[in-house]
Design a protein around this ligand. Sequence first.
Ligand SMILES: NC(=O)c1ccc[n+]([C@@H]2O[C@H](COP(=O)([O-])OP(=O)(O)OC[C@H]3O[C@@H](n4cnc5c(N)ncnc54)[C@H](OP(=O)(O)O)[C@@H]3O)[C@@H](O)[C@H]2O)c1
Length: 370
Amino acid sequence: MDYIDFKGVKLSKIGLGTMGMGGRFERDVSNDKQHLSAIEKHLQLGVNFIDTAEVYANGGSEELVGQAISGARSEYFIATKVSPEHLAYEDVIASCKASLARLKTDYIDLYQVHWPNPDIPLAETMRAMKELKAQGLIRHIGLSNFDLEGVHQCQALLGDEKVAFIQAEYNLFDRSAEEDLIPYCVENGCIFIAYSPLDQGSVVKSAELRSELRNYSDRYGQTDAQIALNFLVRSGHVIVIPKALSDQNIHTNCSALNFELSPEDVQRLESTLVNPVVYIDYGKVKPTKDMVNDLAIKTIEDAEQNLLHHSPSPIQLAEELKTKGKFKAIRVSKHESGDYQYLLEEGKLRFWATVIANKESGIVPVLIRS
Ligand SMILES: NC(=O)c1ccc[n+]([C@@H]2O[C@H](COP(=O)([O-])OP(=O)(O)OC[C@H]3O[C@@H](n4cnc5c(N)ncnc54)[C@H](OP(=O)(O)O)[C@@H]3O)[C@@H](O)[C@H]2O)c1
């Protein structure tokens, strides 16, 4: 295992993501034995960075992490997250205390805001984070799913305290973090935490990129996942947090840094493993159902009326996007059927906000999975 030295603390560059452990949305103890054993195997193989969240399995993931580290707390670095609906001052404090109880510890190494919530002033949330740090209940402050502008806003509000960790999706399918968040971490001495580093198990959901990757895995005698993880941590400021349950995947991931990609190959991968953003007519994208309520926004009118009661609403988000002038690509997959050529995968609310913001042209930026 390779480690990053962060202010004198060694952090494993291969961390462990625990979403889905202890249950999916609700607590489900039926697989606890298997999940606990998966966490323990990672720890035996040198992983000391564990990512969890109060929302995972409604606290169940934190409970399992607490069990896995009990008796050896100081050997591990525990990162957890406060949910967007708990970002008011008193709620942040209460969430943190509840996480501490589930983790059975008296401090959290890294406390992250899971997602921004435009309905709650950032100043309030940051004041609570500073208070938690002053009380010694958390050691570092982190942000998850914030764009660079949001990071700057939080940093300004924190004053002398630092945004020490930034978490966002980063994998071979979506390398957009390389444009701003990772350079920010390099310049400011922070750590970037790459979530879904294996693109949720696909390693890379694009046939072209997969065949490109295969050249390297064959030549190095490693798996695609190992080449991908090795490549993603190359800046020295990145920790990847793949989630793995099977023995084979755990061993593969934990030995992904046991070889070195040559500088020439890193350079080649930098330029060939690129998934360009494509601009398409939104009418070619087939809407899909929301995971939580099993309903879909099907038309721009549905979106404008906020049919699924999103907060922020698609109109609010569209205003925000217009002000920023920056539109993050939406994920779609190829889907030739009737009038549609693509299927809407992730970023469903953002898709409709982008459509509303670009109503005249009807053009949206997408990343296409083939
Ligand atoms: N901050 C956020 O909003 C946010 C969002 C998403 C995720 N996360 C964090 O990031 C962690 C990881 O993300 P993720 O679970 O979405 O995606 P991921 O780690 O990219 O992929 C997990 C999937 O990949 C499979 N897998 C693991 N190792 C593999 C390998 N070597 N080869 C092939 N398949 C492999 C796993 O299968 P098995 O489990 O069957 O082994 C699992 O199905 C989460 O657990 C969570 O901690 C954070």
